[in-house]
Design a protein around this ligand. Structure first.
Ligand code: GLA
Length: 389
């Protein structure tokens, strides 16, 4: 694929490529919708991701082409006039990062030709957009030796998604995509941005990604709505206790103060955030002790909370996960990412993977009317330059 991409670059831009970059997608093992509530998350980078071949130009034009959106052709972007334009589709993520880099004073001395190709399934909730943002930041840092840290690329990518594209996401996706490490998950405290790497050794089992293949529609607006619900619940709790984030609360503290949240729906949302955060801590400890069964049980509880209290699963994810729970080789299963469609993950004993996928495929297709997809996740490194060409 890499060789083909390098050749296609020359076909499209009529100059040779100068460098090859890669930025991964991610799955989150546990800790969903906690990252904008100051809680813990436990994601890992996967070996699916976004590749780019790049060469410098002599003018100040960015010429962008994606093999995933060939019908859009080359998208020309002038460095001086960057604004969101719906018709530019995927290129808005690149533009957002360019915009904020310049706004923060980083000088981009010339334009670039960039050919992109991703093998993250489209719209599957495995963070293809964050992958592209962090990829863009990494390309610019490496190509122009910009004095910007990895963490600042991560923060700037999140800002691009929040303020340029309008999706009010937390920092988890950009963080793991920037900081990911082969065969490790990251235990990240989103309140402080302190993090540690945890080896993911699942004895004789693997992480299976299960794609609902549901076309995602209103994900961004529903996501922003959940975030607003949490913020409102927090503001009411803050009238009785001094906390910065919902996830600062222990379970017993939440029980004591939850009555001040006037909306029953918002009370459920807050309960999810508080209890999910506690589950992440328990899950990290369980993995450390090699107690995979406990880890799996916490994954299951996470899904139930996302289904009943946070209400971000939907019939497709529930069908997939409930079918996974029914298989004898399953250690745990839950939705991953924002929800409303997208992917779920299951930890499945290696000997049972074939039976598992056959049965879940059959049950899901019967209930939903179309097939799911399955991939075995391998945990890879964060974004970086792969080669000078
Ligand atoms: C999306 C967002 C993340 C996070 C998850 C839910 O992936 O981009 O910031 O909030 O949803 O955990």
């Amino acid at each position: 694929m890499k060789k083909r991409l390098i050749k296609e670059f020359t076909d499209i831009f009529e100059v040779p490529g100068e460098a090859l970059f890669f930025s991964p997608g991610r799955v989150n093992l546990i800790g969903e919708h906690t990252d904008y509530n100051g809680g813990m998350v436990f994601p890992c980078a996967i070996t699916f991701g976004t590749y780019a071949v790049v060469s410098k130009r002599t003018d100040s034009c960015m010429r962008l082409f994606s093999n995933n959106f060939k019908e859009k052709g080359i998208i020309d972007v002038a460095l001086q006039t960057l604004h969101y334009d719906k018709k530019d589709d995927w290129a808005n993520y690149v533009k957002g990062v360019l915009y904020f880099l310049q706004q923060e004073g980083f000088e981009i001395p010339c334009g670039l030709n960039i050919l992109i190709e991703g093998n993250i399934p489209n719209g599957a909730g495995l963070s293809s957009s964050a992958s592209l943002e962090v990829l863009t930041g990494t390309i610019l840092k490496e190509t122009f030796q910009l004095p910007i840290s990895k963490l600042d690329i991560i923060k700037l990518s999140q800002k691009a998604e929040n303020q340029f594209v309008g999706m009010n996401c937390g920092i988890m996706d950009q963080f793991i995509i920037g900081m990911g490490k082969k065969d490790h998950a990251i235990a990240l405290d989103t309140g402080t941005l302190e993090y540690t790497y945890a080896p993911v050794q699942l004895k004789q089992a693997s992480i299976i990604i299960m794609n609902t293949n549901k076309q995602r529609g209103l994900t961004d607006s529903k996501y922003n709505e959940r975030r607003a619900e949490c913020e409102h619940a927090l503001s009411q709790i803050q009238t009785v206790v001094k906390i910065k984030n919902l996830c600062d609360l222990k379970e017993t503290e939440f029980e004591k103060v939850q009555h001040v949240i006037t909306s029953p729906v918002e009370r459920k949302r807050a309960r999810h955030a508080v209890l999910e955060n506690i589950r992440v801590k328990k899950a990290i400890a369980a993995l450390e002790k090699n107690d995979i069964e406990e880890f799996g049980a916490l994954m299951n509880a996470s899904h139930i909370s996302l289904r009943d209290d946070y209400e971000v699963t939907g019939i497709e994810l529930d069908t997939l996960v409930e079918s996974a729970w029914n298989q004898s080789g399953t250690i745990g299963a839950r939705m991953t990412g924002a929800g409303f469609g997208g992917c779920a993950i299951a930890i499945v004993r290696n000997d049972d993977i074939e039976d598992f996928t056959a049965a879940v495929r059959r049950e899901y297709t019967q209930a939903i009317g179309y097939e799911p997809d399955f991939y075995i996740a391998s945990i890879g490194d964060g974004a970086g330059k792969l080669a000078e060409l």
